[in-house]
Design a protein around this ligand. Sequence first.
Ligand code: NAD
Length: 289
Amino acid sequence: MKIAFIGLGNMGGGMAANLVKAGHDVQAFDLSEEALARAGENGCATFSTVPEAVAGVDAVVTMLPNGGIVKSVYTSDVFSRAPAGALFLDCSTIDVDTAREVEKLAREAGYEMVDAPVSGGIAAANGGTLTFMVGGTEAAFAKAQTVLEPMAKKVIHAGAIGAGQVAKMCNNMLLAIHMIGTCEALKLAEKAGLDPQMFYEISSNATGYNWSLNDYTPAAGVGVTSPADNDYAGGFASALMLKDLRLAMQGAESAGATVPMGEHAMKIYEAFCEAGGGGKDFGAIFTTL
Ligand code: NAD
């Protein structure tokens, strides 16, 4: 297939390279010359404008920073420039309302579109082991699978358009909440006189078990190896968690849902980022307790 890839940053760079490895012709565009040059080294054909990159393609994949940029790229440069019948896949993490709005505009312009945000970080993007949660019609999902599979460990059809972004925001809100809870429990155990490793061994086999505790233990030297053992370098940056929590709060407001724990988690990450912790792994909340 001929696939346009727009947004070749930390995530998109590796994803586009995996499409090339799978034998697709990838036509790349990014505002950053550096990112574009790296895509060229990875076997993508590089273009200096979006209309050139989307010419003659079967699909357009976007991996961009936010909803405003996604909307502007599609409306100003992709619609009407991509061939009739091209499928659009937005893999960025954006707000649900914008995802639905851009799909509606795509449909009105005669195109099929899916939202396909990912779970998994830069290592999974490079390794082709992302989990995609896809929102769109059955027909669009069937076509999207072929494009997404070389970049994926798993491709899940979440439901109608926007459902991928809903899944992503709910998952990451839950992740933030159980990460903070795990940090608090580990610290409380320690302060109250229980060896945190003993707490880990008990709780990871009891009703407190959860991914943050069992698979990503946020205290150095306790439980499994995680970014905590590397001074919280690498991993999933707190600034990205804050972005996702803000999207979840926006989504909750739009849906009329009450999310007091999510809201509190957002405030905790906001304070941590304002204090300079944005680049640290999100488990570093442990160090603030
Ligand atoms: P990034 O900032 O590294 O990459 C974004 C790229 O988009 C940059 O290369 C930038 O130059 C380019 N760009 C910006 N505006 C553009 C435009 N108008 N036209 C063309 N290119 C443009 O970000 P990233 O970490 O790769 O994240 C991309 C998306 O993936 C975000 O929505 C993020 O929330 C999501 N995400 C990131 C991670 C992660 O661990 N980094 C994990 C899951 C999801």
